[in-house]
Design a protein around this ligand. Structure first.
Ligand SMILES: Cc1cc2nc3c(=O)[nH]c(=O)nc-3n(C[C@H](O)[C@H](O)[C@H](O)COP(=O)(O)OP(=O)(O)OC[C@H]3O[C@@H](n4cnc5c(N)ncnc54)[C@H](O)[C@@H]3O)c2cc1C
Length: 448
């Protein structure tokens, strides 16, 4: 597509349209919304028609992908919920003038589908988080975290161009080469600046990962912090799940292995056993049960991008909070969080099932001007409480109260799509990024 703006002459909408007042729920059934209209466009022209027709498609228009998000980000009562699931084509590989290898993909494509396709071609995106259902459009303009090998650890850093529908219904393109600041700001916009319909993402030759998995116990919060930092220093990327009230740490130490796109036979079936056990633990919100601790397994990380079934409300299922801290804060974060957790346990008997700990490399400020990872070059860590039932009142109380410690006292940055029960001021989104056609009351409260 060479033109920077493409107008479409017809205004007819062809995709699925539901306006019978039904409710739509997120993955964990902890949030639901009753839009006036729910649409699944089948073309970019459909998205344009929806945005332009304020009569048939009431304001605000909120784009969603797989509706996995745990927060109120998907809420749009009385508005138009636009789901991108049918815009999920992988258009193909291409090379740009700078010689970068890229993949062009539609916004509704799920990360698992993209990973499988790239695996077949011998390419990969460095961001290979466990979550396979998240859609490209959501993670191109939203917050993500992953302990990546040789990569920053958040998806949008790999996006080099976006095609989106603006508030007038025009198709627009922004890219790092031509638009600089405007492009980097758009990637911090959570769909408030426009609806992403297509992304261009930088890829690299597929590589293998070697991992050692251990479960270790410590005798103090300080020893736990030292242990986590040592585990991280020993490897190329660390994913840790800390059982804080027991001062234990489940650690997956990742090391670069050679080039390749399939798990070698020498590491099977150990890899598959570990993958299935870890996937189940994540699906069930780490509700107990032991995990294998394989040593020296070599695998393609494509295979570890998982698909999670949509759980029934009676099933244990993952719920979590997200906070970004600078790595220099980890000691204080663990010490204060331990104190808080033990006091809460004494008061109520409740503890989270685990704390996910990711390490992400922040870029220079220009490349990530707002929100998480915008602190300038450095290393961030997250320390995120996890539970196995989003609707458990004590978990909700824990998370609400912990927000004040993590955000106010420890200075953590929360995310409007990954941190629940936020208050105005907890997240600050520049007003200039938000168009009224796309701004729901949930996002309105964070505009500054
Ligand atoms: C079981 C499970 C595991 C998870 N694991 C991880 C993990 O390892 N790492 C991680 O980072 N996250 C993880 N998450 C969180 C998840 O990746 C994010 O919430 C992600 O945004 C979900 O993608 P989605 O397509 O479901 O987005 P949705 O929930 O459908 O949408 C979220 C928001 O994205 C924006 N949006 C969606 N589509 C578009 C578009 N086309 N254009 C513009 N804006 C858009 C809107 O603001 C929307 O409200 C996990 C969640 C679950 C439930």
């Amino acid at each position: 597509m060479n033109t920077r703006t493409q107008e479409v002459m017809h205004e007819f909408y062809h995709g699925l349209l539901i306006n019978d007042g039904r409710r739509f729920r997120n993955w964990g059934s902890s949030r639901s919304t009753q839009p006036a209209v729910y649409v699944e466009p089948v073309s970019y022209a459909d998205v344009q028609a929806v945005v332009r027709d304020t009569g048939q498609f009431p304001t605000p228009v909120r784009p969603v992908g797989s509706m996995l998000s745990v927060t109120e980000t998907i809420l749009n009562d009385g508005g138009t919920l636009l789901c991108t699931r049918k815009l999920d084509a992988i258009i193909g590989l291409e090379t740009d003038e700078q010689g970068r290898q890229l993949v062009r993909v539609q916004a509704g494509c799920r990360l698992k589908k993209l990973n499988l396709w790239l695996q077949q071609q011998g390419w990969e995106i460095p961001f290979q988080a466990e979550i396979g259902e998240a859609t490209v459009g959501s993670v191109a303009v939203g917050d993500t975290k992953e302990s990546s090998l040789d990569g920053p650890g958040y998806f949008s850093s790999h996006v080099t161009a976006v095609l989106y529908i603006d508030e007038n219904g025009s198709l627009r393109i922004l890219s790092d080469r031509q638009d600089g600041d405007a492009f980097y700001e758009f990637k911090c916009s959570f769909g408030l600046s426009g609806i992403v319909v297509e992304c261009v993402i930088e890829v690299r030759r597929a590589s293998l990962c070697r991992a050692n998995v251990t479960l270790q116990a410590f005798d103090s919060p300080q020893a736990l912090t030292d242990g986590v930092l040592k585990l991280r220093e020993e490897c190329d990327a660390l994913l840790a799940v800390v059982v804080l009230h027991q001062l234990a740490c489940f650690a997956e130490q990742r090391y670069r292995a050679d080039a390749g796109n399939v798990t070698p036979g020498s590491s099977q079936p150990a890899c598959e056993q570990y993958r299935i056990a870890k996937r189940l633990a994540i699906q069930h919100g780490f509700d107990g049960g032991s995990l294998p601790q394989p040593q020296g397994i070599v695998f393609s990380r494509h295979d570890f991008v998982n698909e999670y079934w949509r759980p029934a409300e009676t099933e244990h299922r993952l719920d979590f909070q997200y906070y970004e801290h600078d790595i220099g804060m980890l000691e204080q974060v663990i010490a204060e969080s331990y104190r808080f957790t033990k006091a809460f346990e004494q008061k109520t008997g409740f503890t989270p099932t685990g704390w996910a700990t990711y390490f992400v490399h922040r870029p220079e400020r220009k490349l990530k001007p707002y929100g998480i990872y915008s602190g300038g070059a450095g290393i961030s860590c997250s320390f995120d409480p996890i539970y196995c039932n989003p609707n458990e009142p004590l978990w909700q109380q824990f998370a609400r109260e912990y927000n004040r410690l993590a955000i106010d006292t420890l200075g953590g940055n929360p995310s409007p799509i990954q941190t629940q029960w936020l208050q105005p001021g907890d997240v600050r989104i520049p007003r200039k990024l938000a168009r009224s056609r796309f701004t729901t009351p949930y996002y309105q409260q964070f505009l500054v």
